[in-house]
Design a protein around this ligand. Sequence first.
Ligand SMILES: C[S@@+](CC[C@H](N)C(=O)[O-])C[C@H]1O[C@@H](n2cnc3c(N)ncnc32)[C@H](O)[C@@H]1O
Length: 364
Amino acid sequence: MVDLIWNGKEQLEESIDYIQNNLTSFERVELNSKLKYDLIVNGKNKDWINKLFWGDNLQVALNLLPKFKGQIDLLYLDPPFFSGTNYEIQIYEGDKEFETLAYHDKWQGGLDVYLNTIYQQFYLFKKLLSPQGLIFVHVDWHANHYIRAILDDLFGINNFVNSIVWYYYNKYSAGKYNLPRAHDTIFVYSMSDEYAFNELRIPRKKPIKQLKRVMVNGTLKNAKDENGKLIYRIVNDKKMDDVWRIPCMQPASKQWTGYPTQKHHRLLERIIKIGTHKGDLVADFYCGSGTTLYAAEKLKRRWIGVDNSKYAIYLTRKRLLNYLHKKNVNNLYPFEIITDITEKRQEILQSGFFQKELIIKRKK
Ligand SMILES: C[S@@+](CC[C@H](N)C(=O)[O-])C[C@H]1O[C@@H](n2cnc3c(N)ncnc32)[C@H](O)[C@@H]1O
């Protein structure tokens, strides 16, 4: 048996108890929006309100636990990758222009602190996942080897489902002494042997002629007609495998929000289609520009999103409202923004931040 150990791992329960004992309470933000639509978007179904949390995901998870233990059907987690980068953005507000930080991925204390943070977060998020639930964890080469070991530790090796390779063929990579890095990894784990898993099929470039196969006494055999001749069929699609060729978001895309590390909505649409059905609950505890929530909204799933960056919440809200109103979508569920109103957040809210017309771009 291999044990995974790092400095601080054994203090997990103690650290969580400390946060639990100092828990802040979260409440719905009421904005007097100057926009023609309000924050609480009307939905047909009044039994559920989608939730966008502005705050630290550990705090949010602890706040959710009493009501949502075992309730989430699918978790997509796209945490900081241990990249050592501060993700800066350029803001345009009327004739003002300034640079600021969207979020940071530099870890004082190095890998121990990063792994401890991730471990605590995932440990709590797991408690929210339903016994039939699936978790998709998106990482890259910086720390994927450690994260897989952490997931084995938390979910059990036997609950490993897939290691999906997202091949983003269109990303510029300047590496001179290595091969261009062109993929991320998405680890999939289940809570038990019984989980929702919908087969997805993708179109083939050209139709192919394929032998028809049938199951005979539990074994796959070639199908034959009454004269003993093999039966062929023309196939236009194929079962989707674990290598996904989907481009990176580019600033020219209509869906580009300006948020650094925004993932492609097609990636999230696939994930949600694989692991959930209409009305199921999807959660993303590092929602950034809200790609998961946007995809969940499109696919008529319920959702919970969390981020502690005000720019992430600003863009997510704007993206969802634009989708719901400009496209005149008949949305199933309303949505609300919830936060723990610290002094700093109070100031931001009072400054009318969410009502401002900001243009956000990648730093020049
Ligand atoms: C890789 S980005 C997610 C990008 C997102 N998938 C998208 O498509 O835009 C990671 C996000 O995690 C957020 N984050 C990091 N630590 C967090 C924490 N402790 N609580 C809440 N959000 C956090 C960051 O603010 C950042 O927006």
